[in-house]
Design a protein around this ligand. Structure first.
Ligand code: GUN
Ligand code: ZN
Length: 645
């Protein structure tokens, strides 16, 4: 098996997952195939939806003598006539629903192995939401025990070990940690079907977050029994890679159509609000005239089209950096989902999300409502404003919100003030205080908020402003009156220098600016835009400022300076000796060659590449978090930008 991260956004990831039967891109959906009644044969699913992976149930095959013999003789791929990857489940869910499953946990794993399943599942103990903690502990311990007993029998099959623990986050995390310590390959989050059926999305979010915090980040995570596209984007943003859907068939049997925003009864719809191939071919009336079996089939197909469309959208959103926007849009469609989004605002959860949040994105932060202020990206900005930014002067002039970038909008005022007084200039913006010198830095210039925002956002922004002003004195600026009566300053502040220092500290940590910029400075600006492009210090090019996000790209000489002045492990990614020659050639650093990493580095951060003696080798841009670098066996950890020759 290989599992390799290619793109990322929020705590979600787009990965390539390879089994013996091929490669699939995650996030993805495994349609559930019932080997007894295949309403849409797998081959047709492959033709229509391009599926490369599906899930079927080994217990159903096992207890039917005919299917069992056929599967043992010619394998599960031949049985259902599908040559892609096949995951099998174990009978746990049937036991939860019907309660009459008597199976030996090891035997059903051996059976899955013997029929050639690509990913088999242990017979875990389904933890229900109504359980007491004691009951859940028992179920979790039994699940872990069964995982241990099953692993020696997996052979070449990948083994899925579901995380149980009912609605108790600490149990979920414990179960995830215990299972991660075993050599399991795949981690479903189990026992969540009743939560989804009852729209208990807040509890679902708590279960996912707790499980993810305990799981090995380099393994695929599957949300067991999740088949409604409404929750896909949120689950992906929290780090789920796979879903499985029997919903497409179950809902179709009840005459219900799945949409991205929820479910509608076919009979109640005045027309079909969709243009999938089914809804393009048939009008509502035409579909109604079909015999009921054919109509059910067509609705099942529609349900799958909509589900796969949402996954395509999610994969695009990850690559383009707007997954949170999509999550917030979906949450707006359902009150229970929008309530669940609030669970993310709890400080512990925001902290975990911030670890995974990329430093910069291709797209701006779009305001959708009070939840936007709690995006991990803004949480990070607010945190860093109070830990990595120091106001230079005693007094501050506060400006009202204006057009971005503020230093351009207020350029005349700024010139007039700074001529006479060394003073901090800050905007009371809708997303909190923005010092002028940070105004081009992601996500400040790259955020779109309406002029008037909701009460909660206003209050949060005011609180942040108050906190900011506690560090300096606010000076009321009355049309230059209090300022211009003074003599012009002999040495007014160089605003460009102030900008590069403040951005460097926000990006690399407090005092990074001293390391980078002490010496004779020459700031090169773009002739076209007037924006800072390159910073030359003592005749060497130390950093470039990117036009798109106002953040720095490190040059070798900048890396050398940071390496000299910032102590280990700050900004470092440490490589194993074997990889040193590759770095010297400028090749990317693969995760399996990383031995340590600064825990404060975030995805897409500029970093220093060093050997195990802390010898500086080069500069690059991270792709993974520290924990991911230390656990992934495949894929790039750092894109090397330049190396010491
Ligand atoms: N299908 C839906 N939920 C579950 C679960 O918790 N365990 C297993 N094995 N299958 C499931
Ligand atoms: Zn449709």
């Amino acid at each position: 098996m290989t599992f390799e991260l290619k793109e990322r956004d929020a705590a979600g990831r787009l990965c390539r997952f390879t089994t013996k039967h091929g490669t699939v891109t995650t996030p993805n959906l495994l349609p559930v195939i019932n080997p007894n009644k295949m309403i849409i044969p797998p081959k047709e699913m492959k033709e229509r939806f391009g599926i490369d992976i599906l899930i079927t149930n080994s217990y159903i095959i096992y207890k039917n003598p005919e299917l069992k013999n056929q599967a043992l003789e010619s394998g599960v791929h031949a049985l259902i006539d599908f040559d892609g990857s096949i995951m099998t489940d174990s009978g746990t869910f049937q036991n939860y629903v019907y309660g009459d499953v008597h199976l030996d946990p090891v035997e059903i794993v051996q059976f899955q192995r013997d029929i050639g399943s690509d990913i088999g599942t242990i017979l875990d103990v389904f933890g229900t939401p109504g359980q007491t903690k004691e009951e859940s502990v028992q179920g979790v311990e039994e699940t872990i025990e069964r995982a241990k007993k099953s692993i020696p029998h997996k052979g070449e099959m990948l083994l899925a070990c579901p995380v149980q623990g009912s609605v108790y986050p600490e149990l979920r995390e414990y179960c995830a940690k215990q299972l991660s310590a075993l050599s399991a390959d795949f981690f479903p989050i189990g026992g969540v079907v009743p939560l989804m059926e009852n729209q208990r999305y807040s509890d679902l979010v708590r279960c996912i977050l707790a499980a993810k915090q305990g799981l090995d980040p380099s393994k695929p995570v599957h949300l067991f029994g999740a088949g409604h596209p409404l929750i896909f984007s949120l689950a992906v943003a929290l780090g789920c890679d796979f879903f499985d859907s029997s919903a497409y068939a179950k809902y179709a049997n009840d005459g219900r159509m799945i949409f991205q925003w929820g479910t509608e009864k076919f009979d109640d719809l005045p027309e079909l609000p969709c243009s999938c191939p089914v809804c393009s071919k048939y009008s509502k009336e035409e579909l109604k005239e079909l015999d009921s079996k054919e109509r059910t089939l067509q609705i099942a197909l529609h349900n799958l089209y909509v589900s796969f469309m949402e996954l395509k959208l999610i994969r695009v959103a990850i690559t383009e950096g707007w997954l949170w926007d999509l999550v917030e849009q979906r949450a707006a469609a359902n009150p229970f989902l929008s309530e669940a989004l609030r669970v993310l605002h709890e400080p512990g959860h925001l902290q975990w999300l911030e670890l995974h949040e990329p430093t910069s994105k291709k797209t701006a932060v779009f305001y959708t409502g009070p939840q936007t202020m709690y995006r991990p990206m803004l949480y990070r900005y607010h945190q860093r404003l109070f830990t990595r930014y120091e106001p230079l002067f005693e007094n501050t002039v506060v400006f009202p919100e204006g057009t971005k970038p503020y230093s351009m909008f207020y350029s005349k005022e700024m010139r007039d003030i700074l001529k006479y007084k060394n003073i901090n200039l800050v905007v009371r913006s809708t997303l909190g205080p923005v010092p002028f010198e940070l105004d081009e830095m992601y996500p400040l210039a790259q955020s779109v908020f309406p002029r008037s925002v909701d009460q909660e956002t206003c209050e949060k922004a005011s609180q942040l402003m108050e906190r900011f002003l506690r560090r300096t004195k606010e000076l009321v600026w009355d049309d230059r009156g209090s300022v211009s009566s003074e003599e012009p300053l002999k040495h007014p502040m160089d605003f460009d220098r102030r900008r590069i220092s403040a951005v460097a500290d926000m990006q690399f940590g407090l005092r990074a600016s001293e390391a980078l910029f002490s010496g004779t400075l020459h700031i090169v600006k773009s002739k076209q835009t007037g924006k800072i492009r390159n910073v030359i210090c003592d005749e060497s090019h130390v950093v470039s400022m990117r036009a798109e996000d106002g953040l720095f790209t490190l040059k070798i000489d900048g890396g050398l300076r940071l390496h000299k002045r910032m102590k280990y492990p700050l900004l470092r990614v440490v490589v194993l000796d074997d990889a040193v020659p590759f770095i010297k050639e400028g090749k990317s650093l693969f995760a399996k060659f990383v031995s340590e990493c600064d825990p404060d580095l975030r995805p897409f951060d500029e970093c220093l590449i060093v050997d195990n003696q802390d010898t500086f080798l080069g500069v690059g841009r991270t792709v993974l978090t520290r924990d991911e670098m230390l656990s992934f066996q495949h894929g790039v950890a750092v894109k090397t930008r330049d190396s010491v020759k």
